[in-house]
Design a protein around this ligand. Structure first.
Ligand SMILES: C[S@@+](CC[C@H](N)C(=O)[O-])C[C@H]1O[C@@H](n2cnc3c(N)ncnc32)[C@H](O)[C@@H]1O
Length: 416
């Protein structure tokens, strides 16, 4: 590909070290039945359709915040037009860049380059545009509504005549998909296709206006991450959660962010689902904390623990509120709770971030929310250990009611 790879700015580098693990985010792609797996299938179908429509000859593609590049590389691996395609994937996270480069090499795609650069500034595309295919997937849910407009309005700069843009956006409130569709139209793009996959929408639009002249140095957006998803949370909750995106986020801020996250069962047992929906249970919160602390603060030696305990209705009311308490039978039920332990100032202490509470001093234990019970250290596969304990020790019927109450808890309000 022609054109020098753009330099990475220092701001951009710092984002690469934020607490959100964008490498782990891609793990859901390994499960085709996950929400992200289904979204990937729809994105790939639009990429294939764009390649099929393209006239004979060279096809140029760019991917904005390309992650590990499964969408484009996955198609090019066996598409009949693969020999015609040259592409630039722009991604900041070092692990994702490496993974994408490995996939490019494995698929033998000599004309596809993966650059470690800030995709939010047009400089990143110098030498790779005008493109016939522009991918902007997993971005509109991570930037402000004003930046969505700004980015779409500038896209004609990156486009060749009749270029296809493939984009995604989740449909959680506030559902911005109708607004995005109108913004594309205003910017000179006609709608080609739109599909829903669970919480995600996948769109394809074609440029029918004239392309705009490429201008380097234009900022398209600021990638603020999942903060963009939490308009339904209070200001202090959002401020606490914003720490997850700061490269200098401390251990205390990380734990406080999880405590501030509303209690509720995310639709999938993944950190991605928890952060996107802005709710988590002891299971999701401590899995995320354990993984993130092990990566960023390994000296704290996080260990997950499962506590088998008896939950009665009065305690459920006190801890989780009336909706969940109603799902607890009068005689109570056996449940399994997850927390973690950390080594702080030379001693191992219990840390439970399930619920909010007075500020943590960074060294004292945070009491285990469920109260006393029987502890089991988690092994290499904590989720399998938890499921095994649940099936051995819990009454399946009683727990099913509790689980569905947890799933209803803290759902974002429907848009007005
Ligand atoms: C939600 S993921 C989407 C990845 C990919 N497009 C997909 O849909 O599979 C967002 C990606 O944007 C990357 N990212 C965030 N800010 C970026 C920036 N300013 N420039 C380039 N990549 C960025 C993250 O590292 C992450 O891999």
């Amino acid at each position: 590909m022609d054109g020098a790879p753009p330099a990475v700015s220092s701001d951009a580098e710092s984002l690469d070290r934020s607490s959100v693990d964008w490498g782990a985010w891609h793990a859901s792609y390994e499960r085709p039945d996950s929400a992200l797996g289904k979204r990937l299938a729809l994105v790939q179908a639009q990429v294939r359709a764009a390649l099929e429509r393209a006239p004979r000859g060279r096809i140029r593609a760019v991917s904005i915040c390309s992650g590990q590049g499964q969408d484009l590389i996955g198609v090019l691996a066996d598409d009949p037009r693969r020999g015609d395609v040259s592409a630039r994937l722009v991604e900041l996270d070092g692990e994702n860049v490496e993974r994408a480069r490995e996939a490019v090499a494995a698929a033998g795609l000599g004309a596809v380059e993966v650059v470690a650069a800030d995709a939010s500034i047009t400089d990143a595309y110098k030498g790779a545009v005008p493109a016939d295919l522009v991918l902007i997937c997993g971005v509109f849910g991570n930037i402000s509504a004003a930046d969505i407009d700004r980015t779409i309005e500038h896209l004609p700069q990156l486009c060749a005549p009749a270029a296809t843009v493939v984009w995604t956006r989740h449909r959680n409130p506030p559902d911005l998909v109708p607004h995005i569709t109108r913004t594309f139209e205003r910017a000179g793009f006609e709608a080609l296709a739109f599909d829903d996959a669970g919480p995600y929408g996948v769109g394809a639009n074609r440029l029918i206006a004239q392309p705009a002249a490429f201008r380097p140095g234009v900022r398209l957006f600021e990638f603020i991450g999942h903060q963009a998803l939490w308009p339904h949370l209070g200001t202090s909750q959002r401020a606490a959660l914003a720490a997850l995106f700061r490269p200098d986020c401390s251990l205390v801020e990380l734990v406080e962010a999880m405590r501030a996250l509303p209690y509720g069962l995310p639709s999938e047992p993944t950190s991605e689902s928890m952060l996107r929906e802005g709710r988590g249970t002891s299971e999701a919160k401590h899995l995320f904390l354990g993984h993130t602390i092990a990566t960023r603060f390994p000296w704290a030696q996080p260990e997950l623990v499962h506590r088998v305990y008896r939950l009665d209705r009065a305690r459920a009311l006190e801890l989780y509120g009336p909706e969940i308490a109603q799902a607890v039978p009068a005689e109570g039920l056996v449940d399994v709770h997850r927390y973690l332990t950390l080594v702080l100032e030379g001693r191992r202490v219990a840390i439970d971030a399930t619920l909010p509470g007075p500020p943590w001093d960074g060294r004292s234990p945070l009491p285990v929310a469920c109260g006393p019970g029987e502890d089991h250290a988690a092994g290499a596969d904590p989720d399998a250990d938890l499921r095994a304990l649940e099936s051995e020790r819990c009454d399946a019927g009683a727990r099913a009611a509790l689980t569905s109450a947890r799933a209803r808890a803290a759902l974002p309000a429907a848009p007005a």
